[in-house]
Each structure stands twice: as C-alpha cells, then as structure tokens.
Design a protein around this ligand. Sequence first.
Ligand SMILES: O=C(O)CCC(=O)C(=O)O
Ligand SMILES: [Fe+2]
Length: 344
Amino acid sequence: MSAAANIPIIDISGDQDAVAQQLVDAAQEHGFIYIKNLGRDISVGDIDGAFALSKKLFDAPLAEKQACTIQTNNRGWSGMHSETLDPKNQKVGDFKEAFNFGEFVNGKAQQPLPPTVAGDEPQISAFADSCHKLCRKLLHLLGIGLDVGDFFSSAHSTNGESSSILRFLRYPPPDQTSRSGDDIRAGAHSDYGSITLLFRLKGQAGLELQKKDGTWAPVPVCPPGSENDPSPPILINIGDLLSYWTNGLFRSTVHRVVFPSDNEASKVEGETSAGPRYSIAFFCHPAGSVALEPVPSERVKNFVPDESAPNENPYAERKVMTANEHLFMRLKASYGTLYDEKKP
Ligand SMILES: O=C(O)CCC(=O)C(=O)O
Ligand SMILES: [Fe+2]
C-alpha cells in the first residue's frame, strides 16, 4: 500500500464554526482538502453529466476543437503538449488536452464552442455556476475560520468578469499514444487562482502532491472512509492567491499528474493509469483588480513560516500585486509563445 497523502475528509454540512476551523487547519497543513460528497452541493447526476459532456467534447472532430484554440483570455482548447505547467523542468509540454470555459453570462458562453456541444451550453453553464457557488461557500467558511468575515467570498462576487475557469481535461492512454521519457501528464505546478475544485473518476490514478519534505505522495480518488459515498469526494486545493492573502499560512501546494510507475510507493490500490484519464477542474478567481495583500487576521499575523522547509513553490514569494497581474505572469510562463505572439 502506498504512503498516500493524509488529507482530511470534511463534511461541510456540519456545525459551521467547527467546519470553518477544520478547513483552515487543512489549508494550513496540506493545502488540499477532501469534501465529503453526498450530492448536496452538486448532485451526483450533474457530476456524471459533466464527465459525459467532457468525453463528447474531446471526441468531437479535431477541426471543431482547433477552431476554438485557446486565446490569451485563457479560454478555449489546448491540444497535446501545448501547455507546460512546469516550464523550468519540462522538455516537452503536458501529455494532455484541455478545454477552458470562461465565465458564462446569463447562461451564454463568451467564447466559441465546438458545434458538437453547442446544444449542451445550458448544462455546462449550470455546472460552472454550481462550482462557483460551492467555491464561494468554501471561501466564506475559510473567512470565518480566519476571522476576516466575508472578505474572500465577497472578492469573488463577480458577474461574468472574473478569470474563473471550468476546465475539462483528457489525458490520453499512455500505451496507445507515442511518448518519450520526457513526457509527463501534467508538470509540477501550483494553481493560479484562489481555490480549485477537482472532480476525478474512480479507479483513475495519477495525481500526486509534494509534501513539506519535498517528496511526492499519491492523492487517491476514493480515500479510506469515502468508499460507500455516492460519489468520490470533491478535492479542493488552495491556489496561489489564498496563499498570498494569508502571507503563506495557507499552502498553495505543488502537484502533478504522472504516468504509471514501477514504484510501489506511488501506487494506490484499485487505481490504474493504463487507460485514458478524465478530470474536471474549476479554478475560482476573484475580480481581477483585487490586491493580494495579507488579510487582517490574528492567525495570519502570528504565523511564522518554517524557514528550514524546502520552498516547494517558486511562486510563494510574497509581493503585492493584483489578481490579474499574477494570473498573466503564470499564464505567460505556461504558454510562452501564445503570449509572445500576441504582443503589439
Ligand atoms: O487532472 C488532475 O487531476 C489535476 C489537474 C491540475 O492540477 C490542473 O489542471 O491544474
Ligand atoms: Fe493544478
């Protein structure tokens, strides 16, 4: 059995003050949190439906996807090897394809959609809305836990203007697609937004997080205790912005998606990396002009970073900037040429 990351599973329907404390503790200790999924916040049917739409979209003719190629607004389709999440270490881009949906306005996408899924726009928009609502609930609870009231949640009260992204991801089957030793499904990175929701499918291995000591631990889809739930827990992770706002108290933990390995320590019982892998992420972003200054919380003020721990996140450097400036810096590093080409 593997040394899986010891992330707590939290039932957010419990006593709200207690839940808020548990969330803050997990955000500080792990930067990752499992939310017990009883279908209350997002129904199991809606999650299954989103995965079915993701498969439909990726199965669409290549020309339809290419016509929606990702733009500098971070919306659209990115093909194999086009995004490099760990540009300092990767020789080739990520072994995956992805489709980014920006915020919908009145149920309408503000970007081209492949005709194959155009009729599904209401369902995709509703799913993005449910994700945004759940993120705001979590942000509200994190604010309560830090004693800063509704600061985080209000910063995310956006109306079609934030950089929040609903992202469908498909990782091709490793043995049916040619690859070299340099390939990785998703390079090591921290997330660029405030908070990320991640939906995965039972049995599909690959996600790993970097522990404080610098070693990697697998993040099981169904951790012990969730086996009998109607759907795997929703995995939450803290992004760079919450780390800035809390002066490093909350960890924007580095993670990656790997191929099958021979290393027993990285295996999770009941999971395999053999087939294609699908995941769905929702990256929640605040209004772009929000400044990333530390919030006035006693717990943040009293936090002393562990200087002896390896600095696992190269972006954890604390500088005041706005949410949009930070996002642009990260996107430029991952899609270098796209952003260079568009320079005036
Ligand atoms: O596919 C996954 O499990 C993780 C994807 C991820 O970390 C990302 O897109 O930021
Ligand atoms: Fe990520």
